[in-house]
Design a protein around this ligand. Sequence first.
Ligand code: F6R
Length: 366
Amino acid sequence: SKGTYAHYMQKEIYEQPEIIEAALKDRLDVESGKIDFQGLGQHMDRIRTCSKISFIACGSSYYACLAMQELFETLTNVTVSIDIASSFLDKLSHISADVAYVFVSQSGETAECLTALQYCQKRGGFTIGIVNVVDSSIARLTHCGLYINAGVEIGVATTKAYTSQLVHLVLLALALGAGNDSTHDRRREITKGLQRLPEQMRRILTLDSSIKELCETKLMHKANMLVLGRGYQYATALEASLKIKEVAYIHCEAVLTGELKHGVLALVDDNFSVVMIATRDRSFERSLNGYEQLLSHGGDPIILCQEGETAFNISNGHCIEVLETVDCLQSVLNIIPLQLMSYWLGVLRNNSVDFPRHVAKSVTVE
Ligand code: F6R
């Protein structure tokens, strides 16, 4: 039931801190840094000795993989590739016995993922599932796997499954990197960051009414939007832009901040809404260039930045301030205000936010 919430999507956005808290309590021993994956634990050595980890997913699940690609590369000494399932099939990808093929899917039923899974298995590939729905096809057919335990997600647009995927991917990267002395401090920093996440997520949810107001006053009548992000936050931009298309029915494009000047800037004028994700990390200084370019061409971007940020000259409420965490975890926090933005835009435009037109929760046809 929706309880006191107006929509399942709203309820699922609000459930996120609890779900992440429960997942961490279940899986992570903060003191020792040990991670308990139950069944999957027995397969960790095999995955560690693979020559490559190949992630395969669709839609938001693909963006979750994209968000964590760099982390896998730095914590494990294994090459990482990520493919959208349909493209993996289109390419007639070569299957090798020493690659770990990881299928990430909320429903565990997505048609292209299932076809790609069968394609891998027929050619002797070792397959792993990261799935939410218990006993779903991908959960049953993969050699081993991990449930993200986000609970039943009813809203067609994924929210709580996305952040649970992110956190479980972080845990998997940490577990695969365990024992590597050169990354000890980095793993410790991430483990501590994880511990703080649920509380930070709760605080970020208190932005709800200000985001609703931003949607009412600035965004709900726009026909086009851009979401800019770079580095770890490019995946957040893609996920936010998909959410806005799907729930608000607003044409919204995600652009890598560094690519702005290579063409997209031509779109920008004072009618065009731009949301720029600019929380502080290694690429922050370069994001400032994108900000200057927007301003000098009449853009009036909404900035998603860290609390207390002074690098931007924002006077008109065009600012969404989030708490700071470790760079690779920042996407878990940053997506929350953008989920709320898509939710409120959908509500204000009288859309069916839980069941958007033309899309299904579980996409069982290719
Ligand atoms: C977007 C959304 C979809 C799914 C995609 C994959 O809000 O929910 O893009 O992420 O259809 O679905 P799963 O994860 O069930 O394989």
